[in-house]
Design a protein around this ligand. Sequence first.
Ligand SMILES: *[C@@H]1O[C@H](CO)[C@@H](O)[C@H](O)[C@H]1NC(C)=O
Ligand SMILES: *[C@@H]1O[C@H](CO)[C@@H](O)[C@H](O)[C@H]1NC(C)=O
Ligand SMILES: *[C@@H]1O[C@H](CO)[C@@H](O)[C@H](O)[C@H]1NC(C)=O
Length: 365
Amino acid sequence: MARGVVLLALLCLAASAQLAAAGAAAGGRKMVGVYELRKGDFSVRVTNFGARLMSVVFPDSKGNLADVVLGKDTIADYVNDEFYFGPITGRIAQRVARGRFVLDGKVYHMYKNDGNNTIHGGGRGFSKSIWTVKEYVAGGDSPYITLYYRSFDGEEGLPGNVDAYVTYRLSAPYTLALHMNGTALDKATPVNFLLHAYWNLAGHGSGDVLGHTLRLSASRYAVLDEELLPSSGRVVPVDGTLLDFRRPTAIGARIHKVVSGKGVGYDTNYVIDGEEGAMRPVAMARDGASGRKLEMWANQPTMQLYTGNYLNHTKGKDGKVYEKYGGFCLETMGYVDAVNHPEFPSQTLRPGQVYRHDMVFKFSF
Ligand SMILES: *[C@@H]1O[C@H](CO)[C@@H](O)[C@H](O)[C@H]1NC(C)=O
Ligand SMILES: *[C@@H]1O[C@H](CO)[C@@H](O)[C@H](O)[C@H]1NC(C)=O
Ligand SMILES: *[C@@H]1O[C@H](CO)[C@@H](O)[C@H](O)[C@H]1NC(C)=O
């Protein structure tokens, strides 16, 4: 069985190698590779396979370096990844109820890869597509990489061609910024991207994140049902619930009482306080033992907090194994299933319109 999976991975890579050759011949760069960005003892690795964030390394106060992002060793391992370790997901991130929506009177059907619903773009989505490296500066003051993907008309059942870009950039000490954008080229289409990185500030594979302290700039959340869909459309205060992280609170303080879908733990869609569209504080997380801290800003309306509820002895990088709650995701994005909820801000772009998603992570110790 395992051998079959590996073989499939190799076949996929062979196919991508052919794509790469075709891309190179056409003047583009379609090779699958791993790209490091480095600024002193702060380094980040990205692959153009799914525009994935593969690692983020920085020290603690004693100078001990740790990689704080969960991931896989090789691109072949990412081909079979079911946990979405580090990718940009799209064209419609998060869930679409019944894999179906209506736009301008026409019904669209997507591949259902999450029970009766679609998650993270469907079968292949952006996360298993090969992006083109547009620009890459490995070092210097502001190392960065820009990746580009042309999402084609009909891809995963969706209308129109879309140009998607993501730039990962290191700046000021220990700061990682992402800029994503999407342009509808010829038809109206929904667009909603997110970064699905799992963080563990003690170092990936070092145990669970239940002792991390988390603070969220979120006084409300969108109620999700047992399929993790916002079927009621209700947005309610966190006040007095197990979901309230407005004051710094251990991730594990109440997690065992939180039921999300079929799992126990957070898989919660928070509405971020403040002016939508403006860059504003989203989250702060800190690991007490190492002192490593992450602060995050973004310009999106919501953020899904996911605490790795389904990780289960999952094989990761460097011989590490990820257990339940081994990492947490801070997925800024639009509202979940907005395509089926007119009461939520629309994610539809008309031809020529541009979607922009900015995120900033500031690490310290
Ligand atoms: C899918 O929907 C059907 C009919 O509503 C239901 O019986 C079934 O339990 C659902 N499957 C999942 C995985 O939720
Ligand atoms: C999208 O981002 C890329 C890379 O950062 C940039 O070159 C491009 O101008 C942006 N597109 C739009 C329409 O803003
Ligand atoms: C975790 O994996 C083990 C071994 O594959 C399996 O027996 C168990 O049911 C899984 N646990 C959950 C919660 O899925």
